[in-house]
Design a protein around this ligand. Structure first.
Ligand SMILES: Cc1cc2nc3c(=O)[nH]c(=O)nc-3n(C[C@H](O)[C@H](O)[C@H](O)COP(=O)(O)OP(=O)(O)OC[C@H]3O[C@@H](n4cnc5c(N)ncnc54)[C@H](O)[C@@H]3O)c2cc1C
Ligand code: FES
Ligand code: FES
Length: 499
């Protein structure tokens, strides 16, 4: 058990001590930490809530397949213990030892993409992470950079002043023929230094705070049993805002981000099993082929910086009425795995949310993962997110829908799950009943659309009025019909390949 955090700051080993005399708390953010150094002021605070990307840095850590993975993150949302056994790469660390600029920086200059000192460092760091992905020798053959991949990498970097076109052009050029940079040359040495740091539980007690970051599930479960009041975090993209915006001092934290066994996912013969600690970005990649409706929703989840840190377990654990994975997981009939030191159980996601921001997870339990069963050939699942902006925005209304027709073209199985319509993500059960057994026709759907207001009494808030939400919910059902009415929806048609 350790009480200090060890990492590499660019290439320099750093040990952070907490407790009396230390200027750091375990919930000091990485941004606050970096900004105390005169030589690390390239990183900026724009919003302190993950919305602007001015604070973007890159975290590198050893990959199971060898080498390092490089992920752009918003340093304003990262607590210091998250750095343990990682390399933190800052804008100041990008230039080569001979002082020459990184290829990403020279491409930006060549394309006139460099902007003000506030947004440019974050943009450079996002492009650096993108460049590392295409430069990686282990990347799949044919994985060539596209304009949409470049735009996606930049969606978390906000500039309200100029345009993104020259930045995207620079990204395309530098990632189309990526050249190995000095980080590649040093990977072996960095991996060696990181693996020399012992992998062990961290227990930090400092100034009225107690912060536990175990490296095994068994250790986490016994801590949970003994400290049921400790606030669980994983990516902390939700919880960190309590520190950066409400200035709360969180007294007791159980941080699951060091537990490798929660981060894995596996495809089984019957679906996908994902650990609670799987990041949204990893889940997006894992689900792309098997569960396109889920992947489509994850593609518009936050930004790359958020998805690189936020986890599936965290999204389920928030029980937020606008948690984006939740309606589509309901449509996929996912099951949530829960575990305590005494028992393991699984709960259908439908039964997991018990009220506003409350769940069936007991005080001694942790969410350990979710099972997403395969969708039968003749069943169609779709997801929808309606928000004020396309990228990096919270849903006003979201939905996950599922339908299967019988051999006569009538509705056999239907599930209509919505986010943003009630205190929890919820099904429109009366609307579902009104459609069951009916032909899947526009007339039937239009008449069912009138039932939605008997299922929900939505709130009016900054993201939309109650009336707006009801209209959107009705229209999403019509859109679903429009997208599925002409697809092979009966088992026989699906088998025959009718399109
Ligand atoms: C800029 C920004 C954009 C965002 N965009 C989106 C978006 O598009 N869609 C969306 O749905 N959300 C969005 N979020 C919210 C947040 O990123 C997600 O809810 C995310 O999935 C939370 O995961 P996390 O690991 O960071 O959770 P954390 O913040 O670590 O935890 C969230 C909650 O879950 C609980 N919890 C975490 N893990 C467990 C566990 N294993 N067992 C039991 N309880 C647990 C915690 O106690 C806490 O209450 C956004 C947040 C930010 C800051
Ligand atoms: S300061 Fe805006 S995303 Fe971190
Ligand atoms: S915020 Fe930097 S140029 Fe717009």
């Amino acid at each position: 058990m350790r009480d200090s955090v060890h990492f590499l700051l660019d290439h320099r080993p750093v040990t952070l001590e907490f407790g009396p005399g230390s200027e750091w708390r375990p919930t000091t953010t990485l941004l606050q930490y970096l900004r105390t150094f005169p030589e690390h002021r390239g990183v900026k605070e724009g919003c302190a809530e993950g919305d602007c990307g001015a604070c973007t840095v890159v975290l590198a850590e050893p990959r199971a397949a060898g080498g390092l993975s490089y992920r752009a993150v918003d340093s304003c949302l990262v607590f210091l213990p998250f750095l343990d056994r990682k390399q933190l790469i800052t804008i100041e660390g990008l230039k080569a030892p001979d002082g020459s600029l990184h290829p990403v920086q020279t491409a930006l200059i060549r394309h006139y993409g460099s902007q003000c000192g506030f947004c440019t460092p974050g943009i450079v760091m996002s492009l650096f992470a993108l460049h590392k992905r295409y430069e990686s020798p282990g990347r799949p053959a044919g994985d060539a950079v596209t304009r949409s991949a470049a735009i996606d990498a930049l969606a978390g970097n906000l500039c309200r002043c100029t345009g993104y076109r020259p930045i995207v052009d620079a990204a395309l050029e530098v990632c189309a023929q990526p050249v190995a940079d000095h980080f590649s040359g040093n990977e072996k040495e960095v991996c060696g230094k990181l693996s020399a740091i012992t992998r062990e539980d961290l227990l930090i007690q400092s100034d009225g705070q107690r912060y536990f970051r175990p490296v095994s599930l068994s250790s986490a479960l016994s801590y949970r049993n003994d400290h049921p009041d400790a606030l669980i975090i994983n990516g902390a993209t939700d919880v960190a805002l309590r520190v950066t915006k409400q200035h709360e001092i969180l007294p007791s934290i159980l941080d699951l981000s060091g537990i490798d066994e929660l981060k894995s996912w596996t495809r089984t013969a019957r679906g996908l099993e994902s650990g609670a600690g799987t990041t949204i970005q990893d889940l997006l990649e894992a689900s792309a082929e098997q569960f396109p409706a889920l992947a489509q929703m994850l593609q518009v989840f936050g930004s790359r910086q958020i998805r690189n840190v936020a986890t599936l377990g965290g999204n389920i654990g928030t029980a937020s009425p606008i948690g984006d994975t939740l309606p589509v997981l309901m449509a996929l009939r996912a099951e949530i795995h829960l575990r305590s030191i005494r028992a393991t159980r699984s709960v259908p996601i439908d039964e997991f949310f018990t009220g506003y921001r409350s769940t069936a997870c007991k005080p001694d339990e942790l969410i350990t993962g979710a099972k997403i069963p395969d969708v039968p050939a003749a069943t169609l699942v779709r997801s929808y997110k309606v928000s004020r902006r396309h990228d990096l925005d919270i849903s006003s209304v979201s939905a996950g829908f599922r339908i299967a027709l019988n051999s006569r073209g009538a509705v056999d199985d239907i599930l209509l799950a919505y986010g943003g319509m009630a205190a929890t993500p919820s099904r429109a059960k009366k609307t579902e009943s009104s459609l069951r057994g009916k032909p899947w026709t526009r007339d039937a759907v239009e008449s069912a659309m009138g039932m939605i207001e008997s299922d929900f009494t939505p709130l009016t808030d900054v993201r939309g009025s109650a009336e707006y939400r009801l209209i959107v919910a009705r229209n999403l059902l019509l859109k679903f019909w429009d997208e599925t009415a002409h697809l092979p929806a009966t088992a026989a048609e699906a088998k025959a390949g009718v399109a």
